[in-house]
Design a protein around this ligand. Sequence first.
Ligand SMILES: *Cc1c(COP(=O)(O)O)cnc(C)c1O
Length: 368
Amino acid sequence: MDPRAYTCPECPDGGEDPGVLDVLYDYREAARQWAAHPPEAAARPDLFRYLPLLPVTAPPPAPVPAVGGTPLLEIPRLGGALGLGRLLVKDESRNPTRCLKDRATAIAVTLARELDVEDLYCASPGNAAISLSALCAHQGLRCHVFVPERASAGRLRWLEHFGAEVRRCPGSYDDAFATAEEVGRARGWYSRNCALNPFLVEGKKTVAFEIAEQLGGRAPDVVVSPVGDGCTLAAAGKGFRELQKIGRLDRLPRLLGVQPEAASPLVDRFLGRPPRPPGKTRAVSIAVRHPRNALRLLSELAASDGALVAVPDDSIVRAWERLGREAGIMLELSAAAALAGLEAFARHQTLAGAVVVLLLTGGRAERL
Ligand SMILES: *Cc1c(COP(=O)(O)O)cnc(C)c1O
């Protein structure tokens, strides 16, 4: 296994589907290891409990701050109002930088250490970069972040706070992404661009392992997530499928992904309709114009009888308010898209009695 094999060398570079690889395991061996060292009995509370299905040989020597092991909270008032059997939120705001992205970063810093690489990079003005800069600060690794020129000052303050080296790139986010890949690869740095590096998905998928464990070894009926690049929801789908492969889960939950109407290229592609011109959205953490790993998400949706929906910003804002008023949940606006999408979906599908889990993907305050 080469932890720096990100994409297929035969596939065209830079296109819509760049041929991102997938990490596979010897599932018989993983099932054996899992039975021999049950993760639910492990002393450590974090995601490194799931070592048989992770691409690392051991947790890092100086363990990363506890990533994972987040609570699954029942929110009965809202669940009842929506006519569901149970509504739960997987509260990823309990991670070190208040975001699910720490799961991917924990794997990135661990692989970098295994490779003796001291520099990591990503292209992001947002949660991925904040997560990387914080975990690098803890591990004493160097973090290089490539951002578009016009990235908001508020978010860059977090990067400075955690000591990242920030490079402003002329042009759009896509230009910053291209520069990051060019510079990062040339220098031999480790990539924390989740859309291209398949090993990062391996961290994110642990959210599914935890949900199944917290439900007593059962799958929920539906798992809902806000979708930007689509890696998070696809990773959850992979996690559930792998549990099924090693005989720990008898069925798969349906995956429901939610994008803001103003940035919904994956919904367009899922529905087979012509792409809509992108607009402005307040759901900044999921405002992705050019998703790079659509194929992974589309195949997980097919495997789980899943769906994607687009919702307008005002319904995301209302969902955010509702999660506060009726459930006491603190979260960032983008994460509330999950509830907005569930409400939209429930208008066309009966979810009476269903067990639904919302991925509460982030909850950091917008400003430092
Ligand atoms: C990144 C992010 C997402 C979406 O993740 P993708 O893998 O890009 O689909 C959702 N919510 C929050 C808060 C995020 O930061």
